[in-house]
Design a protein around this ligand. Sequence first.
Ligand code: NAP
Length: 309
Amino acid sequence: MEKVVIIGTGCAGLTAALYTARANLQPLVLTGLHPGGLLTTTSIVENYPGFPDGIDGYELMTRMQKQAERFGARVQFGTVEAVDLTKRPFTLMVDGEPIEAETIIIASGASHRHLGLDSEAKLEKKGVTYCATCDGALPMFRQQSLVVVGGGDSACEEATYLTRFASTVYLVHRRESLRASKIMAERTLANPKVKPIWNSVVTEVLDVKQDRVTGVRLKDIRTGAETVVPCAGVFVAIGHVPNTQLFKGIIDMDENGYIKPKRGTETNVPGVFVAGDCSDHVYRQAVTAAGLGCAAAIDAERYLAAKNH
Ligand code: NAP
C-alpha cells in the first residue's frame, strides 16, 4: 500500500512529490496524459522566482521531477480511471490496475477550454490548435496569417510567440481591451505583426469541406455584422477547465468543477488533499501551484503522522 499517491506532475504535483519524498513517504506520482502539465507547453517562463533570465517551461518541469526523484519520489506514467474513496485504504484504478493509498493529493490541473464549435472540433489538428509552442513552428503555419482567440495572458503569449513564424497574427477578443496583465498586453499590442480584432467572436472555423483551416467567420458582438478573416491556423487560448471529472459527486466542487478545499488543502474526504489549478481559478500561476503543492504535502504528512500514532 502507498502512503501517498499524487495525481498529476505539474508544478503542484511535483512540489508535493518533493516535500512528501523529503518526509520519507516515498510518494507515487502519476503523470496522467500530460507529464509535466500545462507548463511544458509554454515557451519561456519569466515569472518563476529564481530564474532572472526566464526558463523554458519544459526544462523547469524536468528539473522539478529530477529534484523530487532525488529524494525518492517514483514518477509513473499512468492515468487514473476511477477512484473508490468510500473505504480505507483508498483505491485508484490506474490503467486497469488497482493501487491502494492511505492518502491522495489531487493535483490534476486543468485543460484548455474549447470554443465549443462543431467546425472547431472537426478541424482540430488540421489547423485548429490549443498550443502555439507545440504547433506554431509547423510548416503549414509559416509565413501565413494566423488567428489567436482570447484576451488573457495565454492569448498574448501565444500571439507574441506566433509572430516568429506568421506573417500576421490576428488577435480576436470579445471585448474592447485585453484582460491580460499590463506588461503582457502592452508587449503584445506593440508588436507590429499583431492585429487586434475587438468585440468579436468566432462563429465558425472554415473550411470543414476542405478538411483544413482557411479562415474564420467572425461576428461583431455590438453590430452583429459578420466578416471572414482568411488564415491558415486558429490558436484557441480562452482559458482552462479543471481536470476533476473523475471526482464529481465524491469531492466537493464549485459549479465550474474547481475542487473546493474545506480547510487549507483538505477536501471533504479526510486523507484526500488538493493543490494547484484543479482547485484554483483565481491565481493560476506556476508559483502558486507549487506553493499549494507544498501545503498539500505538509497537510498529508501531518494527517499520516496523526493517524499512525
Ligand atoms: P484567462 O485569464 O481566464 O483569459 C481567458 C480569455 O479568454 C479571456 O479574455 C476571456 O474573455 C476569453 N474567453 C473565455 N471564454 C471564451 C469564449 N467562449 N469565447 C471567446 N473568448 C473567451 O485565461 P488565460 O489567459 O489562459 O490565463 C489563465 C491564468 O494563467 C491567468 O491567471 C494568467 O495570468 C496565467 N498565465 C500567466 C502567464 C504568464 O504570466 N506568463 C501566461 C499564461 C497564463 P473575457 O475577458 O471576456 O472573460
